[in-house]
Ligand binder design. Structure first.
Ligand SMILES: [Zn+2]
Length: 222
């Protein structure tokens, strides 16, 4: 039995202090590691929207998403507010449709490359909803969610691709059971289109040649 193990929410301020102290070294190799399920390169924000993963179910899948609030608008604080149940639902007609929605993600990658972590990787974030991959339902049970700030109309930024590569490499190193990366559109094809036609899967194919990636995805950017 492990003694004196800090609760997850106690780790958040500690890790943010580490990130602040590393300053400009945030993107160097040493911070691309995990401590107790938290990525040292990410700004830590605690979301209450998570649960426990099923016992003895390995984390095998990364699911990429796109999000912007309101749709098509980038750079504001609304996504962070949504994932922490602090969105002002009266501020925009679209936000009213989200009232009562409880969702989260492990990671949110902004267009300027800032990485935010909301849920410990050891925990089950609420990002995929009704979903199936390789015959297994409830993909939240066995996946890591990464939300890219974006939509179906705008190319993702170079900063996002650069940080995504670092994050994926760090995840694969920390969680060897992770073997595949897919999009929300692949695990919930009837409901979802993200990360959408602007995401360049070919980059991941080049960066991680041994990785399982979805087949037959559009390669319009090639
Ligand atoms: Zn999604």
């Amino acid at each position: 039995m492990r003694k004196n193990k800090p609760a997850d929410h106690d780790l958040v301020p500690v890790l943010n202090a580490i990130v602040r102290s590393t300053g400009k070294r945030r993107r160097t190799a040493n911070v691309w590691s995990f401590l107790e399920g938290r990525c040292l390169a990410a700004r830590q924000v605690a979301s209450p929207n998570y649960g426990m993963r099923p016992l003895e179910m390995p984390i095998s899948l990364v699911i990429l998403h796109a999000i912007s609030l309101p749709p098509g608008k980038f750079g504001g604080g609304e996504v962070e507010a949504l994932f922490t149940n602090r969105l002002d639902y009266s501020a925009h007609p679209y936000f009213a449709t989200l009232e009562g929605v409880r969702v989260s993600t492990h990671f949110f990658l902004r267009r300027d490359g800032e990485l935010v972590q909301f849920v410990n990787v050891a925990h089950r974030a609420w990002h995929a909803g009704l979903s199936t991959w390789r015959g297994q339902n409830n993909c939240n049970d066995f996946s890591v969610g990464i939300e890219l700030e974006g939509d179906n109309n705008n190319p993702y930024t170079e900063a996002q691709y650069a940080v995504l590569q670092q994050l994926l490499a760090a995840l694969f190193a920390a969680y060897p059971t992770l073997t595949e990366v897919v999009g929300h559109q692949h695990v919930a094809p009837e409901r979802k289109t993200d990360p959408g036609p602007c995401f360049e899967w070919a980059r991941l194919r080049t960066q991680f040649p041994n990785l399982g990636l979805p087949e037959a995805v559009p390669e319009i950017m090639e």
